[in-house]
Design a protein around this ligand. Sequence first.
Ligand SMILES: C[S@@+](CC[C@H](N)C(=O)[O-])C[C@H]1O[C@@H](n2cnc3c(N)ncnc32)[C@H](O)[C@@H]1O
Length: 75
Amino acid sequence: MRIIELFAGIGACSKALKNIGIDLEIVDAIEIDKYAIRSFNTIHNTNFETQDIKEYNKHFNDIDIITHRFSLSGF
Ligand SMILES: C[S@@+](CC[C@H](N)C(=O)[O-])C[C@H]1O[C@@H](n2cnc3c(N)ncnc32)[C@H](O)[C@@H]1O
């Protein structure tokens, strides 16, 4: 399945899906923090740069999953 992670962090959503056996192609990961995306790339063997969601305007076809988890504060 093809996935895009918004507010990607270290990619826990992709990691969880992989852990239950879903074959994932990570198409893009949108994460502004350089340390977080560095960890993401190490964990997922990818090579994404930092990106700001406010400036994001890429278009992809055939995306199966879009994750977005911007904050847990208050929950
Ligand atoms: C609660 S964390 C997400 C955790 C993530 N789901 C994970 O598995 O690690 C929210 C993330 O949003 C990122 N973020 C905040 N503002 C952003 C922006 N404007 N563009 C991209 N990412 C942003 C933060 O750096 C942070 O890593």
